[in-house]
Design a protein around this ligand. Structure first.
Ligand code: ADP
Length: 355
């Protein structure tokens, strides 16, 4: 994706001076984005940066440093996750295909009533594949993937959050189709509290302004995907904009079976169907990442038995994994989600979810 010329360049020079005005309203020189080197915003012709750095204004223009940081830290150049890498979650895959992937491939069909949603929320317990899904959406739709972790937004860029959000959207518009993925979106877009500080209030309103900008322009292919395991803490204004809310639950028995087989691919194991079924039953409540951790822990058992022989043993002489290894691993790796939290998410899904 890096260095791809934008097909629909919207980013324009010297126009982004106020967080309230949308950059595309003023006409100026078009720019494309090259991300591998240097400041990312460049003119199409001669590679000379054309975005003027406006006077330091709050929420204001493109700060070259921010643009560079977005391109180097936030743009994920290799979200090479494919649908097949994600076990189960068929309904979520289908919904995302309809909402994001098909509209980027058949823009002509997805207009009017079929206009795709610009904002969606993936909610559910941690470690259930929300990030994987967002990455797969980006790679299946060949979109530029902006991977924003909310906690890094607030910790690394203290006080700059508002400017970063502003610049992020401008870069996303210039590199569309784009997917902006905001992990832990609840931590920056939570319901207002009394002791909310000015910086986070401004960050939130900047997000809303920018989101409305891309949502109101039907030719923009910028999709915002938020992920959270605390949807009940989201600000109403944000929730209203994330119109599709897809519940990503803990894996059921079927999904756990697929996940276990998936994780064991390439491993030498001896697990007759009966043992697989025991494992499936005993891992009720485990998330995808818990199962991953469980398989990793189990896989260490034959290695630990080797003692000093580990330095000389032939790889093909390491014994196969067996049920007992998983049983032992389960004493160390437990489900990470409390039952009460699970029930709360199910309730929220019934009230606000799209599926
Ligand atoms: P989330 O964003 O929901 O917290 P992730 O998508 O980051 O979770 O998943 C964390 C890890 O758990 C993944 O890297 C993967 O190893 C595993 N995992 C979770 N769900 C799945 C799934 N449905 N299929 C395959 N792996 C999964």
């Amino acid at each position: 994706l890096g260095g791809r010329k934008c097909t629909s360049p919207k980013l324009q020079a010297g126009v982004v001076s106020s967080s309230a005005s949308h950059p595309r309203k003023a006409a100026a020189q078009k720019v494309s984005v090259s991300s591998r080197t240097g400041p990312a915003l460049r003119s199409q012709g001669n590679n000379a940066p054309t975005l003027q750095k406006p006077a330091q204004r709050s929420g204001g223009g493109h700060d070259d440093k921010l643009v560079e940081m977005i391109n180097s830290v936030i743009v994920d150049r290799s979200p090479s996750v494919k649908w097949d890498d994600i076990a189960g979650l068929e309904m979520a895959k289908q919904a995302l295909t309809e909402m994001v992937i098909l509209p980027t491939k058949r823009r002509d069909l997805f207009t009017g009533l079929r206009k795709p949603a610009k904002g969606l929320l993936l909610f559910g317990p941690p470690g259930t594949g929300k990030t994987l899904l967002a990455k797969a959406v980006a790679s299946e739709s060949e979109a530029t993937f902006f991977n924003v972790s909310a906690s890094s937004l607030t910790s690394k860029w203290v006080g700059e959050g508002e400017k970063l959000v502003h610049t992020l959207f401008q870069v996303a518009i210039s590199r569309q189709p784009s997917v902006i993925f905001i992990d832990e979106i609840d931590s920056i877009m939570s319901t207002r509290t009394e002791n909310e500080n000015e910086a986070s209030r401004r960050l939130k309103s900047e997000f809303l302004v920018q989101f409305d900008g891309v949502a109101s322009n039907s030719s923009d292919l910028v999709t915002v995907i938020g992920a959270t395991n605390k949807p009940q803490e989201l600000d109403d204004a944000v929730l209203r904009r994330l119109v599709k809310r897809i519940y990503i639950p803990l894996p059921d028995a079927n999904a756990r079976r697929v996940l276990l087989k998936h994780k064991l691919k390439g491993q030498a194991f001896s697990l007759p169907d009966r043992d697989v079924e025991r494992l499936v039953a005993e891992t009720d409540g485990y998330s995808g990442s818990d199962l991953q951790a469980l398989c990793e822990e189990a896989a260490m058992m034959p290695i630990r038995e080797l003692g000093a022989d580990i330095l000389t043993v032939q790889a093909n002489q390491v014994r196969r994994l067996r049920y007992g290894d998983f049983q032992k691993a389960m004493t160390v790796i437990k489900p990470s989600l409390q039952r009460s939290k699970w029930a709360e998410l199910e309730r929220w899904n019934r009230e606000f979810g799209s599926n």
